[in-house]
Design a protein around this ligand. Structure first.
Ligand SMILES: [Zn+2]
Length: 124
């Protein structure tokens, strides 16, 4: 997105979170009130709509297997192998830090595949 498209309002990130329905319930009312009063954020919300309509088509259950799916899989493996079920590992995700690799370029390392010698990273 170009700078030109971005909203100047400091609340626009909250509007984005609101549109994605990831905003804590305690903040929803305040953000809705702000959107009603802020033309910048109304525009931001309108701009986000086509993107969100596409996101709806994504099979989120495939992207994020549910806990119960992991448990059922563990039980099935245990049944087939005749061993004790291994509980799914607790999710351990900590947001990596941005690392400056050269002036103006920062990377965030998401995953390292030592076997195939490759990494997944975000670059900004
Ligand atoms: Zn605003």
């Amino acid at each position: 997105m170009s700078r030109f498209d971005r909203s100047d309002c400091k609340q626009s990130e909250l509007v984005c979170a609101y549109a994605l329905k990831v905003l804590p319930a305690s903040k929803v009312a305040a953000v809705e009130a702000h959107i009603a009063a802020c033309p910048d954020c109304q525009r931001e919300l309108e701009n986000l709509r086509p993107v969100l309509d596409r996101l709806v088509c994504w099979p989120t259950d495939v992207l994020r297997p549910t806990k119960s799916l992991q448990e059922r899989l563990a039980l099935r493996i245990a049944e087939e192998t005749g061993k004790q079920p291994v509980p799914p590992p607790a999710l351990q995700w900590s947001e990596p830090e941005w690392e400056q690799v050269s002036p103006g370029i920062e990377c965030k390392l998401l995953a390292t595949d030592t076997e195939r010698h490759r990494v997944s990273m975000l670059v900004r």
